[in-house]
Design a protein around this ligand. Structure first.
Ligand code: TXA
Ligand code: MG
Length: 544
């Protein structure tokens, strides 16, 4: 961290005509070779005399910016281009006529008056004529062009209001001019005319389409939406650095809002904040910070950096962000957000299907309902079978069971004597709970792993579980289904299905009291006894 080394003056400017004194004080700092923060229509900038290498050096110090990242030179009048650029092409004039003053930076061949400290040794210079009245007044009063990068500590989100500048720069620069919050909120569009065809290096609110309307062909640099590959050199050195990044870890969930929600539901324990559009906040099951309205990309540019800083102020650690549109102004938003996220995308569930849980008491016809769902394309996960898999000879679960319930629950070939285990475990509440504590977490883990594989391809996974609720498997499900049949129907079914006495059948039925109670929470009840038809109900509920 760089030390606090000076008092920073703070001037609030609401009227440049009537506050010439304050502007003049700031201009005097510039002429004295110092650094002043100024508002522009894009973001705040850290300004110094572009002709004074020592002053420019102070900008790099204040920001902690790498020396090989060049600065934009800000001018008040378009004619000043000729003082700093060589061989000014007609296209540059055409661009300035159409978009200046405004959020556009043009890169041209530089004149020698521009020190290497500004151009970082490149033969080119970036030029921009800001439209913000305070920036214009400061440049005019200083009487020199101003080299100015965004006024953040290098790597952090650019500041879009004077308080954010103060947070980053107090004690490091001579003055801050507070001109209110910036209109656009993301930095200028950067296009180089030193390439043929011209190349977009950084997207902003002036879009590729708008540039093409003046320039014809415009290439979009690879680095606009992609991280630099190892060993690649950046056309715009700023592209190679970690950028716009808050302290929180940001992940972008690709796809539409419904996909985002589905992802969040399945993974919400993995994040503590959601970064979404205003309209979506109320449906998002996590604390949210919003980044503008989905229907208004300008509200998104204005909010983006504020939102990133807000996440840090709230102490967010892991954030799942919505994926903005890449169209038009959206390209500029994606460029910033992708970098803020370090290009981390989450899209494993783009075609995500859902997870259904089916439970039902013995004889209710759970398996019958699962077969219907299977015929309609769902993939069934039989938890009884998973329970047997995890207790195969040699498995860690089986070992733990033997330690808890006695070595003799294993047959001589190492397989489980289920009958003996059942008689030991179901003898007391404490023992049956211990059995659950050993087996349920493993069953849940395997069921979830398999369900994820199934839904990844857009299919529906059906968890067939007699103990759906008692084992906590319901928590994995998007919807839970209880298959129901009255007691007399179930009794008759068990007697004929399992070929057992009425007494034995009743004993089996009474063992399921707890699940019966818990399963009252099921989302859907399917009646499976005459005259009801489960298939009919499944079709009507649009379960698949
Ligand atoms: O909106 C803006 O442009 C703001 C306000 C303050 O004007 N300024 C700004 O500056 O964003 P900065 O330094 O944060 O970003 C300038 C970008 C960097 O990516 C830099 O690498 C690139 O422009 N750049 C500057 N000079 C260049 C040159 N000669 N060739 C290629 N890229 C250049
Ligand atoms: Mg910057």
């Amino acid at each position: 961290m760089i030390k606090t080394i000076m008092d920073t003056a703070f001037f609030k400017i609401t009227d440049t005509e009537n506050q010439r004194d304050e502007i003049e004080k700031a201009a005097a700092f510039i002429r004295a070779g110092e650094v002043v923060a100024m508002p522009t229509e894009t973001v705040y900038g850290l300004a110094a005399n572009a002709f004074d290498p020592k002053a420019v050096e102070k900008i790099f110090e204040a920001k902690g910016r790498p020396q090989d990242n060049p600065l934009i030179v800000h001018i008040a009048d378009a004619e000043e281009i000729y003082k700093i650029a060589e061989d000014v092409p007609q296209t540059a004039i055409a661009l300035f006529e159409k978009f200046a003053p405004g959020p556009l930076t043009v890169i041209l061949k530089k004149k020698d008056v521009i020190p290497d400290a500004v151009s970082a040794g490149l033969p080119t210079v970036a030029i921009r004529q800001p439209s913000h009245p305070v920036a214009q007044a400061l440049i005019r009063a200083a009487g020199v062009p101003l080299a100015a990068p965004s006024a953040n500590i290098s790597g952090f989100p650019s500041p879009t209001n004077a308080i954010d500048v103060y947070d980053d720069m107090n004690g490091r620069i001579s003055a801050i001019l507070d001109g209110g919050s910036c209109d656009f909120g993301i930095e200028s569009t950067v296009v180089t005319l030193a390439a043929d065809p011209p190349r977009l290096l950084r997207p902003g609110v002036i879009t590729v389409e708008e540039l093409q309307s003046v320039l014809g062909d415009v290439d979009v640099d690879e680095a606009v939406l992609n991280p630099l590959k190892k060993g690649e050199t950046a056309a715009s050195p700023g592209m190679k650095y970690k950028h716009y990044a808050p302290k929180a870890k940001i992940y972008i969930v690709e796809g539409d809002f419904e996909t985002y929600l589905a992802y969040l539901k399945a993974h919400k324990d993995e994040a503590d904040y959601a970064l979404v559009f205003e309209e979506e906040a109320s449906r998002t099951p996590l604390p949210t910070v919003t980044m503008g309205s989905i229907s208004d990309p300008f509200s998104q540019t204005k909010r983006l950096f504020d939102a990133l800083r807000e996440l840090d102020k709230k102490g967010a650690k892991t954030v799942f962000a919505r994926s903005p549109s890449k169209e038009g102004v959206g390209l500029g938003i994606c460029n910033r957000l992708y970098r803020a996220a370090g290009f981390h995308f989450l899209n494993e569930n783009i075609a995500r299907g859902k997870i259904l849980g089916v439970c039902g008491l013995s004889g209710a016809g759970k398996s019958h309902v699962c077969r219907i769902l299977e015929e309609k394309g769902a993939v069934i996960l039989d938890t009884d079978r998973i329970a047997r898999e995890i207790t195969l000879p040699g498995s860690p679960v089986l070992k733990t069971l033997a330690e808890n319930f006695g070595r003799d629950i294993l047959h001589t070939d190492g397989s489980l004597n289920r009958r003996l285990l059942a008689s030991r475990a179901f003898g007391s509440r404490e023992k049956s709970e211990r059995l659950s504590a050993i087996t349920h977490p493993e069953i849940i883990k395997i069921t979830l792993e398999r369900a994820k594989e199934i839904i990844k391809d857009g299919k529906t996974a059906v968890i067939d579980a007699p103990l759906l609720f008692s084992a906590g498997l319901d928590k994995l499900c998007d919807q839970t289904i209880k298959v129901f049949a009255p007691e007399e129907v179930r009794l008759r079914r068990i007697i004929s299905r399992d070929d057992v006495s009425e007494e034995e059948a009743k004993k089996r039925m009474s063992a399921q009291n707890e699940e019966d109670k818990l399963s009252e929470k099921a989302d859907i009840i399917i009646k499976n006894y005459p005259p009801y038809d489960p298939l009919d109900q499944i079709n009507k509920l649009h379960l698949l």
